[in-house]
Design a protein around this ligand. Sequence first.
Ligand code: NAD
Ligand code: DAU
Length: 337
Amino acid sequence: MKYLVTGGAGFIGSNFVHYLLQTYPGCTVINLDKLTYAGNLDNLKDIAGDARHHFIQGDITDETLVESMFCEGIDVAVNFAAETHVDRSIGDPAAFIKTDVYGTYVLLEAAKRCGIKKFIQISTDEVYGSIEHGRSSIETDQLLPRNPYSASKAGADRLAYSYYATYGVPVCITRASNNYGPYQYPEKLIPLFVTNLLENKPVPIYGDGRNVRDWLHVMDHCRGIDCVIRNGADGEVYNIGGGNERENIEIVNLMFGHLGKPESLKQYVKDRLGHDRRYSLDSAKLARLGWRPQVEFAAGIRETIDWYVKNRWWWEKLKSGEYWEYYRKQYVDREQK
Ligand code: NAD
Ligand code: DAU
């Protein structure tokens, strides 16, 4: 099998590349990534000499490049490439619309023209919007995205479906919950807080700290995507949830407890604009295809924290230059509650 993985130098994409190479020794992986601030070749360092993996630095909005790649022959394309941080989308949405929506269109057009066995669009549970109370989202629920990131992802999700319904492109769409694990850029809750705590810096907790996310280990996510590649029906959507709904403060307390840090490093700050209260996924549809999350939550979180403890070389150099410009805009002078 020849896979095209877009965004394969990011957090989930790089874990997925590792997963493919380990699980399918005979596979070939073409990895197309623009290397934005979130893309990092260090995520792929340990497979640098692997002849089955071909890294190409490029943009998914580049029609000529994308079409030439598809027309060389791809069996399966998995589109991870995206701008992914909600806070950045609130400050500056343009790149989200360009990459997440237009870039997905470029990939789908190339798949339509050149042919493909399966096109996986990586969507997100955020497209359902905030599920304040009550039952978990199922795949046929209405989409009510509420921030520029999730609205762009919802656009791409439905655009991918339209290429199935209109042109018969064999598309499947996955909607996963919050991933945790190694190689996550230190702007997202877990790596940001762990690395701040390792430097004895305060951690900025939005609002009352009681927003709920459903945590999924990145390797369980990879196994879920693989299950959809192999068993998913064309045109269908599959939720991939960890089944671990937790208030943010519970996750924060786990990090403080594991690292033995004082309460004084907890800093409650002004809430994120339009902050979705809760995401909640029903993953029964994917379970019927044989998928189950395998990583037990408490153990997975501990291992993840330990990974950042042991791999300072990986994150210390990321926290410099552009990172601090972003951090200052985002957090410094943020009014305290
Ligand atoms: P990430 O920000 O870590 O990585 C994104 C990658 O895409 C980076 O390597 C970046 O360089 C690349 N990229 C960005 N723009 C590009 C472009 N125009 N052309 C080519 N490459 C480009 O993101 P992630 O957390 O790994 O998320 C991967 C995918 O999974 C995204 O589509 C995201 O919406 C989705 N998702 C993420 C989560 C999560 O919890 N992280 C949950 C559900 C779905
Ligand atoms: O649900 C899936 C989504 O999960 C993905 O589609 C997104 O790409 C991914 O970024 C993630 O979005 P969230 O907004 O849920 O993740 P984030 O890590 O930014 O925030 C998790 C929670 O922690 C959220 O309620 C906001 C809160 N938070 C986050 C940051 C960065 C804080 O309290 N303080 C912070 O500094």
